[in-house]
Design a protein around this ligand. Structure first.
Ligand code: FES
Length: 506
């Protein structure tokens, strides 16, 4: 049973990230005086270290500066899944950004897996790298349709995705989406090896060196508390950019906390990495250790500053893992903060459209091993003047087109009523308000061949005039030839949680 006392939870195990605890502390010098390099990189996490490694490989001189010690921040406290499976995302990316940009997201993350594997193999890095399938499972019946939608969406983008019914997990699941050819590793073993390759030949890593500001325009100067670095280009690889020229980026980013336990269990752990599709998140993966296979139990995330007392989050995870496995011991616990962008897509590229020399990468929302590696690949290509096919989706200056519909447009729809609302020739939304007042908003394009469905008030269904597909009021298929349900289409002012519809109380 959990170790509790009267005042609350007693945190289980050592309060340290396993990755940090099992690798030596780095000891790079602080900057001393002024230097000049081709590229200055602020931040010694996976983006900074990988970018420096790739740029040096291309013959560019680099300097990485880190306010504390490298690889001890978010990168040192990750779950270290190397995967393009960022929970359920591709169905909504296609719906919100279109197939082209959704494919850029998928391709860049798939390429990052290959890149990490290539570096591990080519540099013979001993970092516990192994291929594992990744699964998102439905933990409730309500999520089952979302799993099917995700399988179809991911496959349509070229990801090796499939549906799996039965998972070797000790609790009931309702189907899962499986991505093959995903991987896991020990992130600090991998990145400390990359850092060792960076030092020398005019390239540097400086620790205990804090960036204070950026001045100039090509060359640019990074002012630090230990001296200045003059460079042609600067990458801000910090969680929040220290320079936010338009003052807009901070508004697009939120902080999210999550919690990790390192547990040893009696049962053999199945092959794979697992996460549920619901809240609160419950993620599982194993890690080979000297004591045997350790299971990383991750979840209970919340926006920073809005959670319960920390003890309770660890306690929830501990209760849960003990309810599903026979736990021998919990040896580690740690937490981490991730940056989550408002549209769920990282920001990678030029700080502004006109900033020729200032770049940034942030907002990996807990999937930084692959997204951070993809960021390093994109920034390296951009700085070297090489074409990169994934820049558009991550452009920090993007403005996503807002829905043309607002809650005001649907305020006249009575409980039990449905209708398709139009604005101009193209913009349409299918709206249904159920008898309890809950609002459902859908893209009215039929999932067979795209005709616009219409509301059948007698049967409370969405009917397609072209080949007879019919959907229930929530958009789920009841008659083929359509196989998939109508896509959700959010409107301004609506709750942003997918499939959690806003109850309009106005
Ligand atoms: Fe709707 Fe064919 S387009 S049924």
């Amino acid at each position: 049973m959990p170790n509790r006392n009267e005042t609350g939870y007693t945190l289980p195990g050592k309060a340290e990230s396993y990755w940090v605890a099992t690798t030596p502390e780095s000891n790079y010098p602080a900057l001393s005086g002024d230097i000049r390099v081709d590229v200055a990189i602020i931040g010694g996490g996976i983006v900074g270290i990988t970018s420096a490694f790739l740029l040096k490989e291309a013959g560019v001189s680099v300097a990485v500066i880190e306010a504390d010690r490298i690889l001890r921040g978010t990168t040192g406290h990750t779950t270290a899944k190397i995967t393009s499976q960022h929970n359920l995302i591709y169905d909504s990316l296609i719906s919100e950004l279109g197939r082209g940009q959704a494919k850029q997201y998928a391709d860049s993350n798939q390429a990052a897996i290959d890149k990490i594997e290539y570096i591990v193999r080519s540099w013979n890095i001993d970092c516990d790298f192994s291929y594992k399938p990744a699964y998102v499972y439905a933990g409730s019946e309500a999520s089952a349709q979302k799993i099917l939608d995700e399988v179809r969406a991911a496959r349509s983008l070229g990801i090796p995705a499939s549906f799996e019914g039965d998972l070797p997990l000790p609790f009931k699941t309702y189907g899962s989406v499986r991505f093959s050819h995903q991987a896991q590793f020990h992130p600090r073993k991998y990145l400390c090896a990359l850092a060792r390759e960076i030092e020398g030949d005019g390239c540097h890593i400086y620790e205990k060196t804090r960036a204070l500001g950026i001045e100039g325009e090509g060359p640019v100067i990074v002012k630090t508390d230990r001296g200045n670095i003059k460079a042609e280009n600067i990458i801000q690889a910090t969680r929040f950019p220290i320079v936010d020229k338009p003052g807009e980026l901070f508004k697009k980013l939120k902080q999210s906390m999550s919690y990790v336990l390192g547990a040893y269990i009696e049962e053999p752990f199945p092959e794979g990495m697992f996460i549920n599709a619901e809240e609160p998140a419950r993620s599982l993966r194993s890690q080979p250790t000297e004591k045997g296979e350790m299971v990383l139990v991750v979840g209970d995330g919340h926006h920073a500053g809005y959670g319960n007392p920390t003890h309770e989050h660890y306690g929830h995870l501990e209760d849960w893992v003990r309810s599903v496995y026979r736990v021998r011991s919990i040896d580690y616990h740690w937490s981490t903060e991730d940056v989550v962008p408002e549209d769920n897509v990282p920001l990678i590229g030029r700080l502004t459209p006109d900033s020729e020399h200032l770049y940034l990468a942030t907002g990996f929302k807990k999937w930084g091993m692959t997204a951070g590696t993809a960021a390093a690949m994109i920034l390296t290509d951009t700085i070297l003047g090489r074409d990169n096919p994934w820049t558009e989706v991550y452009d920090p200056s993007r403005s996503r087109q807002e829905s043309q519909f607002s809650m005001e447009d649907v305020s006249g729809i009575e409980p039990g009523q449905g209708t398709v609302i139009e604005k101009g020739e193209e913009e349409k939304v299918a709206v249904y308000r159920d008898p309890q007042g809950v609002l459902y908003t859908l893209n009215p394009a039929c999932r067979h061949m795209g005709c616009t469905v219409s509301w059948n008030d007698a049967e409370k269904t969405w009917d397609c005039p072209c080949h007879g597909s019919r959907y229930n009021a929530r958009g789920e298929v009841i008659y083929s030839p359509a196989v998939y349900g109508l896509l959700e289409k959010r409107i301004r002012g609506q709750d942003k949680k997918p499939y959690s519809y806003t109850r309009d109380t106005s």
